[in-house]
Structures are given as C-alpha cells and as structure tokens.
Design a protein around this ligand. Structure first.
Ligand code: ADP
Length: 455
C-alpha cells in the first residue's frame, strides 16, 4: 500500500533565482536629490550636476554593491541548501505522525536530548494488562542514522489548535537530496510496526470533536463462538458480509456506492454489540462507534465523520432510534440537540468512499424507526436479536460448563421458573457468579427472577 503523507517536499523556488539578479531601478541611489532638468537615468549627468553625489556617490554605490553581493551570496547558500536538502513535514493530523514517533522511539541509532514519555498498555496472554513506558522524541531537535544516512528531525508544537481540540504539531525530517528515497522506506517501516502492534486486536474509535479517536487500548479480538445467538443468525450475517466483501467489482462496474447497512434490533443485553465486535474480529476490521443520541452531535458533524471513517473499519451507529426524536437541530435557547432524521438519512446516502463501507446500526426500539431508513443502501439487512431462546440457554450453559449431563437438569429447573423472558446478558450474569460449578448455577437459578438482573 502506498503511504500517503500529508507533507511537502520542498524544491528550489524561482524566488531564489530572482534574488540573484537583483536589479531594481527605484532602489538605486539616483532617486534622491535629482534636479528637474537633469535626466535621472543618466548617471554621468547626475554626478556632474550635483556636488554631493560627486563626493559621496561613489561610496554609496560601493556600499550598495556590497549589500547586493552579500544578499546574493546568502541566497546562493539558501539555494544550494534547498538543492541538497529535502524536508518532509508530517502533521499530527496525519496518521503517519504517531507511527513515525513510535518508530523513532524504538529506533536504536538516534540522538535525542528532548524526550516525551508515552504510557502504553501491554496485554498478556491471560488478558491482564500491564503498563509500559516508552520515550518518544519530544519537541526539539533530534538526529538518527538510517541505512548509513543521517536524518535531522525537529518536532514542533504550535499555539494553534485543531478542530479536534488538540494543539497542532509537526515533525520535519531533513536529509540529503540523494537520500530522499529512504524517507518512504522509513514511513513504510513505521506503518508496518504500527500494524503489527494491533495484530490480532480490534481497535475501537469513538467520535471526538471533529474526528475519530482511538478509544482505550486495542482489545483482543472477541471470538465469534463466544457470542451465542439463535440458530442460524450468526451464519446468515457472516455469509452476507463475506459475500459483500467479495463483490467490490460488481458494485464498481454498476456505479453503485460500495456499501452495505445492517440493522440489529432487539432488547438490551441480547448480544448485539458483542456480536458486532466479534464480527469485526472475524474479518480483521476495527470499529468506529458513534452514538446518534449524543447531544452535541450535529448533522454536519455526523456527515463529516461518516465520510472519514478510518480504513478497514466498521461503522457502528448505536441507538439509532434517537435520531427520530429530534425534529429540529436547535432548541429555542440555542442548544444543539443531536442529529435529525433527515441529517441521518443524508449522511447515510452521502457516504462515499473508494473502500467498502460496512455500517451496523442497533436499536432497542425498532417501532420508532421511520420506514425511509429501511431502504436498500441505507439498511440492506435487518435482523432481530432477541432474548434468549431455549436453544441459546442450552448453548450458553454448555459454553460455560461444558457439562452435557447436567444440562437437562438445569433446563428443567430453568423452565419451571416460567420466566416471560430472560436476556443472554442475565444468563451470563448467573454463570459468571457461579462459575465454580454447574450445580451452584442449578441451585441458584431463581436469581434470574430478581429484578436487578433485568437490565
Ligand atoms: P446489547 O448490545 O444487545 O445490549 P451486549 O452485546 O452489550 O448487548 O451484551 C452485554 C453483555 O452480555 C456482554 O458482556 C456480553 O458478553 C453478554 N451477552 C449478551 N448477549 C450475549 C450473547 N448472545 N452471547 C454471549 N454473550 C452475550
């Protein structure tokens, strides 16, 4: 993949050359003290007719000559510098900014006096998390040697603030013109290093101001088998997504935007979010989560965010029904009150990307959704994820205890409770509480009745 860097490679400009040919008539000393009857452009005549000029004029000309020469030498040096040195600027609004700093903090052949500390998390096999520190190049100047060439790095922080609320920062790399091809290979290494760090992980992004920001530490992928949905549901969705991902050229050939929308609806705690996480892990995607009900999310921001989803990332719009409560954007007092329905539809229709866009939407209140949302291209597949069916109760029990003998006993006691419904989250609660043995779960199955287990 090509690395795109928001930056500039400077080349010599024509300004430098124009400075060398310094020759401006109005800067010439002949402009002052010129008598009317003397032709101002005839220097000889000026000298002859003015005694001041006759005496000091020569010296002034000499001085001016020197200053022109000095400027000439200065801009010649400048020109040579620009000919020989390449600058590459990376801004912190660009992805490669963090990649590069991280790469450099792990790079052995470097000279840095100004360091910044960066706290990171390391997740162990058993899932526990340890905090680690690394020293990244701080604001200031640094050097490093890469493949026998030297690179000068300066990191600068400006007073200006991004839309996202972060201060603007840049890192500028300088090297000899002849070594410029190494810049791309450094950035490529940095990118690969960043990708490796998240291998086997799912990165969560959340909307933050104008932008997407990584939320928390990248999580280990959720195994798809750990989410228990009713018979066939997982398979149906997985097959559909797989088919969609294979059909890129079909969409392109027909000029149809390459996107697909899924709606998962049903009561809370039935595994909607968990399933989307597991699905992302299965296809090696990250997730960008946005809550449509967020009070300071406006239609414009929604549209911007949806058009700037990080690559290889599933867009998850949670509690989509919230958009149907807002008829107008701002209240009388001027408060902005979330996304409007038409704003949501426009954003969904407007998503344009060269890459595929997979959108998942969730709601606990499908009855509140407007039928306009269910048009193909907005929502292409609609799936009910319900409270636990008997099949799911069995599967959950087996997943926790792997005990086929006790299963009928548990099922009998569970059915005798005659609960109108139970969510998979409630079942998980019971099994986690009595994880030591299935007998304890059987003994205490009544707690599924207690109201605090209903979320
Ligand atoms: P929802 O998005 O439907 O409200 P979540 O996915 O957030 O539900 O589930 C809440 C918790 O319950 C999670 O810890 C999840 O592991 C568990 N859970 C809920 N449903 C299931 C399920 N079908 N299979 C496995 N775990 C589930």
């Amino acid at each position: 993949d090509p690395v795109i860097v928001e930056g500039v490679i400077q080349t010599p400009s024509t300004e430098d050359l124009s400075l060398l040919n310094y020759n401006h008539p109005h800067n010439s000393p002949t402009d002052t003290n010129v008598k009317k009857d003397v032709n101002p452009f005839n220097i000889k005549e000026v000298f002859a007719s003015n005694p001041y000029f006759a005496a000091g004029g020569g010296l002034m000309l000499l001085g001016a000559g020197f200053s022109i020469l000095r400027k000439g030498v200065g801009s010649f040096a400048n020109l040579m510098y620009r000919r020989l040195i390449v600058d590459l600027e990376i801004r912190n609004s660009d992805k490669s900014y963090d990649w590069f700093l991280n790469w450099m903090s792990n790079y052995p052949n470097r000279i840095s006096r100004q360091l910044s500390v960066k706290t990171s998390f390391v997740q162990h096999q058993n899932g526990s998390v340890m905090t680690g520190f690394s020293f990244v190049p701080g604001p200031g100047n640094h050097w490093f040697k890469y493949k026998n060439s030297w690179f000068f790095v300066s990191r600068e922080r400006s007073e200006r603030i991004h839309n996202s609320g972060q201060p603007m920062e840049t890192v500028t790399l300088k090297t000899l013109y002849k070594d410029r091809y190494l810049l791309a290979s450094i950035l490529d290494e940095a990118r690969q290093m960043a990708m490796k760090l998240n291998e086997g992980k799912t990165v969560l992004y959340k909307s933050w101001g104008q932008d997407w920001r990584i939320f928390g530490k990248p999580r280990s992928k959720r195994v798809i088998d750990s989410v228990i949905l009713d018979k066939g549901i997982k398979e149906d969705i997985l097959t559909d997504v797989k088919e969609f991902l294979k059909s890129g050229s079909w969409y392109h050939d027909r000029g149809i935007p390459y996107r697909r929308g899924y709606l998962l609806y049903g009561p809370p705690g039935s595994g909607k979010t968990s399933f989307i996480q597991a699905l992302a892990g299965e296809f090696d995607y990250n997730i960008a989560i946005m809550n449509v009900g967020e009070p300071n999310l406006t239609d414009d921001r929604l549209a911007y965010l949806m058009n700037n989803i990080p690559e290889h990332t599933i867009l998850l719009l949670e509690d989509i029904d919230a958009a149907f409560n807002n008829r107008s954007q701002s209240t009388e007092k001027g408060y902005v009150s979330g996304v409007t329905f038409s704003g949501l539809l426009n954003a969904l229709d407007g998503v344009a990307s060269a890459e595929e866009v997979i959108t998942f939407m969730t709601t606990n209140h499908p009855e509140r959704l407007d039928p306009a949302l269910l048009r193909p291209g907005r929502i292409d597949m609609k799936v009910l994820i319900n409270n636990a069916s008997d099949y799911q109760v069995e599967q959950m029990f087996l997943r926790f205890y792997d005990d086929k003998e006790k299963l009928p006993i548990f099922m009998k006691k569970f059915k005798d409770l005659e609960l109108p419904y139970v969510s998979t989250a409630q079942l998980q609660g019971l099994f986690v509480q009595f994880k030591e043995s299935p007998e304890l779960a059987i003994e205490n199955v009544e707690i599924l009745k207690s109201p605090h287990m209903n979320n």
